[in-house]
Ligand binder design. Sequence first.
Ligand code: HEC
Length: 405
Amino acid sequence: MILLFACVANAAEAPPRVVAAWAAGPLEARVAFDRPIGPEVATSLVGTRIVFGDDVKAGDRYIPRKPGELPPGGPKAEARGSLRIAAARLIDGGRTLVLVTDPHSRDATYALNLPAPIIYNLRGVDVSWDNGKADAKPEWSGWWPVLNPSESMDARLKTPGRLTIKTLLTLPKGKATIRVNASGPTEVALGNEAAKADRGRVAEVTAEVDGGVIDLVIIATIDGKTPFSLDVTDSAAKPLDRGMLTLPWAPALPPNPSQTVVPPELLAGGDPAKGAILFKGDQAKCATCHKVRGEGGDVGPDLSDLVHRDRAWIYRNVAEPSATIHPDYVPYTVLLKDGRVLVGIVRAEGADAIRVFDTEAKSALVAKADIEELKPGSTSIMPVGLLGAVGEAGMKDLLAFLTKK
Ligand code: HEC
């Protein structure tokens, strides 16, 4: 009796440990624990933010910046991004936390305060299961950290059916060979090349890698009799390193920085009062999308912190909006099941919907159940041609307004 009590007390003291954290799709992150966690953990996370960037590291604590605050890497650093957690719930008897978020728009490191910070990235494999019949729809989908799973890793691998495994492989340019040896019949596609193999045979496919990444799709059969196994290696029989696997929906790297030459006469002078009028006016429409010191729209980033930026940086962002896209404002193409297509910035709205903001600063609410696909784009929703609309003198006034202390 006493012993039992001691056990219980002990279990209550040691906090649940994080076993794994991953992005379960563009709009969802999951955290698995070694034992159930309290529902209050989920509730307390709603409305908070997950911070991301190339320089985000384990052990650091990340607090998203307030508008007007200097970016951590100094005035010249590209801004870090953040995703808002719009809803949270527990599944698996309280052992898995599901976080509904704004889209994971960059292949970067993501940090979540739980309150102890944990990090995850977009490495891994997307897997879905269907019953194997012709035109069957996936009945479940999930994430694996590696390509060589075991039944102990995923208990669902005992159910007869068909697995579709997708990942984006990072490989050196040139020819690449992938070999797949599975417990059942297998199909493998590497880029545009494909191969098939029967049970107990190796499916081998060789393809040309030109962009540094190539799609890998494996379709494997689970017969329910033989224990499921899948062994994926390169031509030298080496398993593929975890770092080479990126989730298939992960957005590509941002485009190259702007080469725009900034006219030197714009680097000083101008009338901030005239600039303020232009900013709010109908010609430039900046304020329909941007806030400065509390006034304006929310479609684009708050521009209050431009006092820390140099004028050339601001000029380039207006001249060529898509040269560098702020990580929080990556545009998406949203394909709907009814054939409609929306383009704009995507934000999570509650657990089951998203809102898409377009180039005219209008927004549409879309139920997640109606989405066919979410594709990240590389063309900013900030209009091009604004430079011409305001003219050189107008731009000088705008720069004076935006950099005014
Ligand atoms: C239709 C909405 C819209 C309008 C109008 C618009 N912008 Fe933008 N702007 C955006 C969005 C969205 C972004 C973020 C994506 C990107 O980096 O291109 C952005 C980015 C910027 C940035 C870079 C900010 C950063 O932190 O990366 C600057 C500077 C900027 N806009 C200035 C302006 C100015 C000045 C005007 C008016 C002449 C203007 N914008 C008009 C939507 C708009």
